[in-house]
Design a protein around this ligand. Sequence first.
Ligand code: MN
Ligand code: MN
Length: 262
Amino acid sequence: MRIKTILSSLLLLLAVESSTAQPTDDSVHLTMGNPSRATTDPNNSDNFLIVKPQYTLSYNNSKKIPNWVSWQLNKNWLGNERRCGNFKPDPALPSSFRRALPTEYTRSGFTRGHMTPSGDRTNNRQNNCATFLMTNIIPQTPDNNAGPWEKLESHCRNLVSQGKELYIISGGSGEQRTIAVDKISVPEKTWKVVVVLDRPGLGLGGVIQNTEIIAVDMPNQQGIKEDSWQEYRTTVDEIEMATGYDLLSNIPKTTQDVIEAR
Ligand code: MN
Ligand code: MN
């Protein structure tokens, strides 16, 4: 009897252990899918999945930037928290990985460009500071970052203030050059896809063929600061072709085909 009890507790422990070690594709930030099938296997170092409470990403160890970062945005994430501003290497990276230091961007001509914006995580200090981890950062030109890219970020928060819930994913594509001695890749373009749902809580089931989708692909160049984000609208299909990812892969295929071509 006693041995049986010990054995069943052991089995329970093993079950709990293996369930926590599984890929955490159930993150709310991956509601629309894991576009590169990133995994938590450290051998998969150029498509390494990092799940955080605040956002989820695929890290590219060769490029020292994320391939993509994905996050949910609704009114619960927004508040009055001030900008943390404390850029830091991400402690979640395995010790064998290359990690970008904030100082490697200094005087490079490129800004430390947030994927999940600081302004999307203002409900408390911990969540805001998480956006300053360097795995959420890519080198962006000042005019891209503070121009049309920022205008779309603001537009997204406006949608949230109207009651919407968004699922957002963004990243860079191509490589125009590297910066720093230890070579951080600078993408040629920056892309973003936003799924706009009418209210919080609808989830994947809330996506229909008429669901509003915003897709943009912007040159990571100077000289575009005054441009509107709308000038860079494209289709999800175009971004999939440029990146090789299957975006929105959790959405049923027939619906996915319609909204990605629009
Ligand atoms: Mn920015
Ligand atoms: Mn797709």
